[in-house]
Design a protein around this ligand. Structure first.
Ligand code: GLN
Length: 298
């Protein structure tokens, strides 16, 4: 037994060393590529490094097939989670100055199932994806699954259906997709609302780091509408009652969206464990409780 344990330990240590080398190579690679995009020789080295990294990852995958898969992100017992606490009811700063909301409660419940501590880092929405794997392990931020984001991160199973809404001054005449053309539109930077607005013919798009700043500019008349996700739109409609209205984006032809947790690309063990925890939380009623507490209580 002892012998077996010892060799398991060595195997695990070797794996984490391999993984650690692998990821630092990737980090350097990215930097080198960005810094020297035009220098062909450097790029060649970079490609070689990438190949090495892939070899290391392949070895790791083989090893883990026979043993329990170990996620690098969970190995230290702490799951560092990035969010942008400007998106009620999914995430906001509570009266104690702490990030709170549906997503925060959900990721804490997931952390509990996985036996890790959850630490939340509040940052700009637009920085979340690039921080995964360095500053943070995962991101939960009412983040919509998109093909473009899937090129940089892996997503958990989706946990919430959403759609973009259009927030309008109470007396606005905007009612159709055509009415949005040539308008001044406020959005939160780097969000799906931002992507939709940028595709509207003749639109002048103002990008804000905080959604509430966009809504304030709507009230001040600096923009004519704000495109933002359904639930925050409804929260703002309540908060600025009589001043703004939130209109379902389906009326403007906006497609349904799904929220999921964003994770480092290629950490299959992490995706598997997070999905298993999410499934348990749905099955045991915790998920519905959180919906009641944070979303339906609005
Ligand atoms: N669901 C939108 C997106 O993923 C907005 C998310 C947010 O602002 N937190 O782009």
């Amino acid at each position: 037994m002892k012998k077996l344990l010892a060799s398991l330990l060595v195997a695990v240590m070797t794996m984490s060393m391999l993984t650690a080398c692998g990821s630092s190579d990737v980090a350097e690679t990215t930097e080198t590529t960005e810094a020297t995009e035009v220098e062909a020789t450097e790029t060649e080295t970079t490609e070689a490094e990438v190949a090495e990294t892939e070899d290391a990852e392949a070895t790791e995958a083989e090893t883990t097939e026979t043993e329990a898969a170990v996620s690098e992100a969970l190995a230290d017992g702490v799951l560092t989670v990035g969010t942008n606490a400007e998106f009620p009811p999914f995430e906001y700063v509570n009266d104690n100055g702490e990030p709170d909301g549906f997503d925060i409660a959900l990721i804490k419940a997931i952390g509990e199932k996985l036996g890790v501590e959850v630490e939340v880092e509040n940052m700009e929405f637009a920085s979340l994806i690039s921080s995964i794997g360095s500053k943070i392990d995962v991101a939960i931020a009412g983040m919509t699954v998109t093909d473009e984001r899937k090129e940089s991160v892996d997503f958990s199973d989706s946990y919430y259906d959403a759609v973009q809404y259009v927030v309008l001054p109470a007396d606005s005449e905007i009612a159709t997709a055509a009415d949005l053309e040539n308008k001044a539109i406020g959005v939160q930077l780097g969000t799906t609302g931002d992507f939709i607005a940028s595709d509207i013919a003749g639109a002048t798009v103002s990008q804000y780091n905080k959604a509430v700043d966009a809504v304030n500019d709507l009230i001040n008349g600096r923009v004519e509408c704000v495109i933002i996700d359904k639930n925050p739109a409804l929260v703002f409609e309540g908060k600025f009652e009589g001043q703004v209205v939130a209109v379902d984006g389906a009326q403007f032809g906006f497609e349904p969206e799904q929220y999921a947790i964003a994770m480092p690309k290629g950490d299959a063990a992490l995706v598997e464990q997070v999905n298993a925890a999410l499934a348990e939380i749905k099955a045991d009623g915790t998920f519905d409780e959180l919906v009641k507490t944070y979303i339906e209580a609005e």
